[in-house]
Design a protein around this ligand. Structure first.
Ligand code: PMV
Length: 309
């Protein structure tokens, strides 16, 4: 075979980020946007990759010693294959990186699926989710596994670390508006910040995680019942607890506030926080346009997406 192709999808966490790292459930949804990868044979005997982002490109060699995390992640993924030949990999990202939308996992899953196709390996989506943890560890240190699982499986699901994934049957597809704060954030650093709080105040922080878990379970019921109003309220409550964990910023608070003022049923940070994206739940497509305009008027790069269709 000359060229093999693979895709991985981005994700949003509807509720439950961070507490999911500490064993509580999260509700997440795959996005139609993500990453695509192409694998071809290597003309020069070296395994290298080109990552094409919105406004930049990065070329790396696959090596544990690479100074670029993408080079180390590629080496970690290739190490899960018995004896891979030298290859050239090209990855195109259709999401903002470092923005809470699971960009690194989408890239890892796209590369894994192209590699499997190239090398004639068959794997289920859940097996791919497990395999790509090696890639995610390079970026996240202590990933819960929710990003790479959603990137490989898609749909809407309740994810709990170390437990079988529970697909959620959504009564009505969700229309979400995603707004980028324009602030960069690093998942590893934000996960570390929460770990420090847990170490300093184990009882109080565990109570916050438990409270988020209750919101997540109720949100699952709301999704199954098609009760968008209840879902929105639960998202707002989750946002309050994320702020208490110091994961929001004044810019993200402003965007959530503007979205609610424009009619959003609920709005919150999604992903690691400390910057990156927020999501707002719209009652329907026309309400989403009003929310989109409100976020754009604050200069936030934003888009509308549907999940659970
Ligand atoms: O910001 P992202 O897309 O990497 O999402 C991270 C989600 C966390 O719950 C904060 C971390 C994790 O591993 O689950």
């Amino acid at each position: 075979m000359t060229t093999a192709r693979g895709v991985g999808c981005g994700k949003v966490i509807l509720l439950g980020e961070h507490s999911v790292v500490h064993g509580r459930p999260a509700l997440a949804a795959g996005l139609s946007r993500g990453a695509t990868a192409e694998v071809t044979s290597s003309p020069d005997g070296l395994t290298r990759a080109r990552f094409v982002f919105d406004t930049s490109e990065v070329d790396v060699l696959a090596s544990d010693e690479s100074e670029h995390s993408l080079g180390r992640a590629l080496a970690a993924l290739l190490a899960t294959y018995p004896e891979p030949p030298p290859l050239h990999v090209t990855v195109r990202l259709e999401l903002p990186a470092g923005a809470g939308l699971g960009a690194s996992a989408a890239m890892g899953v796209s590369v894994s699926s192209a590699l499997d196709q190239y090398l004639g390996v068959t794997r289920t989506p859940l097996e791919r989710a497990t395999q790509t943890l090696a890639w995610e560890r390079v970026f996240h240190g202590n990933p819960s596994g929710v990003d790479n699982t959603m990137a490989a499986v898609g749909g809407v699901a309740l994810f709990t670390r170390g437990q079988p994934l529970e697909p959620v049957r959504v009564r009505k597809p969700l229309t979400l508006v995603i707004g980028h704060s324009g602030e960069a954030s690093e998942t590893k650093q934000m996960v570390g910040l929460v770990a420090q709080q847990l170490e300093r105040e184990p009882v109080r922080i565990a109570q916050v995680f438990d409270a988020i878990a209750v919101l997540v379970r109720n949100a699952r019921l709301a999704l199954e019942a098609g009760d968008l109003r209840a879902l929105g309220q639960l998202m707002d409550m989750n946002q309050g607890l994320l702020s208490a964990l110091m994961l929001s910023t004044s810019r993200l608070e402003d965007l959530c506030h503007a979205a609610r003022e424009a009619g959003a049923l609920g709005a919150k940070v999604t992903g690691a926080g400390g910057g990156g994206c927020m999501i707002a739940l719209a009652a329907d497509a026309s309400a989403a346009q009003t929310i989109l305009a409100a976020l754009q008027s604050l200069g936030a790069e934003s888009f509308v997406t549907e999940v659970g269709a």
